[in-house]
Design a protein around this ligand. Structure first.
Ligand code: DSN
Length: 415
């Protein structure tokens, strides 16, 4: 693979640098991960050559007899892994998956309820600048401003008043478990569909360290590339009664040809997530996140909700006199990759923010454990305390390089 990539020298030069960045840096963005070599190869496989508009055995192109079998494997594995009746594995992204779910369950302008973006919701959960906020009437719920936890009584009160067509739960910056049974009760009482966007926690659910929404959700959407450690892409699960509407919404409603190379990689991702070793991985993600949270608390960092039950930690930087943007930029200089994030009722703009979102899926894939989490908390702290000292930041980067060298990911990829 590497030799052929070298044919385009300009691209290869940047690709080489990106490989080194991934290999030598600490990846703490909670929505990123490192896929297996099998998944990497499936993504770059000959299936990228094939047009397969339609669904297995109902295609608009010939020559799909083998691709059909691969897509079917992905579908069957997704259903089994998450214990749902129907799966559509074609969505290219989480946003498309959410769009398809809305298309299937609601009409334009209908009311949909989702968590406020500033409190940890996603752009597609009703942001005014996103299709969701433009096409539907979104009603936001927030977290409790003291505890930063979901307030189920308040959510029930809003749902009862607004009677939304869909209630969406599942978030991008919420560090605690979600009580799907409570959401289901609220949705049932006001005649709403319950949609769970489990993108962030899909791997934790597959690994049985977060409760599953399968008994409660009408529709579940997810990406494959976060804690689930699969290729970039998405899928939708549902009860059988919504299968046809979901499939129609994805194709021909929103997409044309599915990316069968990515679908093959999704099939492998689901296979990997069914192995006993994945349960060990998922459990370690949470153990690492708890250890990292504790080490940060010991260093006097304020954490939203005071800690984590998941893969994700949201640091409130206000007491440190830093914005999220500053912290992200300083840590980048030390080869520690994080992302700025709003905190509930953030006084800063979404581009600046007062929060920093970090997580453990990628470093856990590298094999790091609790002991390394303590080291990482100190590296973060040292970097932030020396934000203007380029020599110090370079020294911290060297420490990061030494640490990551002990836990290689794709050491021979470009040989
Ligand atoms: N952009 C994703 C995240 O980083 O959480 C959500 O889609």
């Amino acid at each position: 693979m590497s030799l052929n990539l070298k044919i385009d020298k300009e691209v290869f030069e940047w690709y080489y640098k990106e490989w080194r960045r991934q290999e030598e840096g600490l990846e703490l963005i909670p929505s990123e991960n490192y896929v297996s070599l099998a998944i990497l190869q499936a993504s770059g496989s000959i299936l990228t050559n094939k047009y397969s508009e339609g669904y297995p055995f109902k295609r608009y192109y010939g020559g799909n007899q083998f691709v059909d079998q691969i897509e079917l494997l992905a579908i069957e594995r997704a259903k089994k892994l998450f214990n749902m009746e129907h799966a559509n594995v074609q969505p290219h992204s989480g946003s498309t998956a959410n769009m398809a779910a809305y298309f299937a369950l609601a009409n334009f302008k209908d009311k949909i309820m989702g968590l406020n973006l500033q409190h940890g919701g996603h752009l597609t959960h009703g942001s005014a600048v996103n299709f969701s906020g433009k096409l539907y009437t979104f009603i936001s719920y927030g977290v409790d401003l003291q505890t930063h936890l979901l307030d189920y009584d308040e959510i029930a009160r809003i749902a009862d008043k607004e009677k939304p067509k869909i209630i969406v739960c599942g978030y991008t910056a919420y560090p605690r478990q979600i009580d799907f049974a409570k959401f289901s009760k609220i949705a049932k009482e006001c005649g709403s569909y319950l949609m769970v966007d489990m993108a962030h926690i899909a791997g934790l659910i597959a690994g049985e360290v977060h409760p599953s929404p399968s008994l409660y959700a009408d529709v579940i959407t997810s990406t494959t590339h976060k804690t689930l450690r699969g290729p970039r892409g998405a899928f939708i699960l549902s009860k059988n009664q919504y299968a046809q509407a979901i499939d129609k919404a994805v194709f021909p409603g929103l997409q044309g040809g599915p990316l069968e190379n990515q679908i093959m990689a999704k099939a492998i991702c689901f296979y990997e997530a069914m192995q006993p070793s994945f349960k060990v991985y998922a459990a370690q993600i949470v153990k690492n996140a708890k250890a990292l949270a504790k080490a940060l608390l010991d260093l006097n960092y304020d954490l939203i909700t005071g800690g984590t039950d998941t893969h994700l930690i949201l640091i409130d930087l206000r007491s440190k006199g830093l914005t999220g943007k500053e912290a992200q930029e300083v840590l980048d200089k030390a080869a520690i990759t994080t992302n700025k994030n709003t905190i509930p009722n953030d006084p800063q703009s979404p581009f600046v923010t007062s929060g920093l979102r970090i997580g453990t899926p990628a470093i856990t894939t590298r094999g790091m454990k609790e002991q390394e989490m303590e080291q990482i908390a100190h590296l973060i702290d040292q970097a932030l305390k020396n934000k203007n000292d380029l020599v110090k930041l370079e020294q911290i980067k060297e420490k990061v390089r030494k640490l990551t060298a002990e836990f290689p990911i794709y050491p021979n990829l470009l040989n």
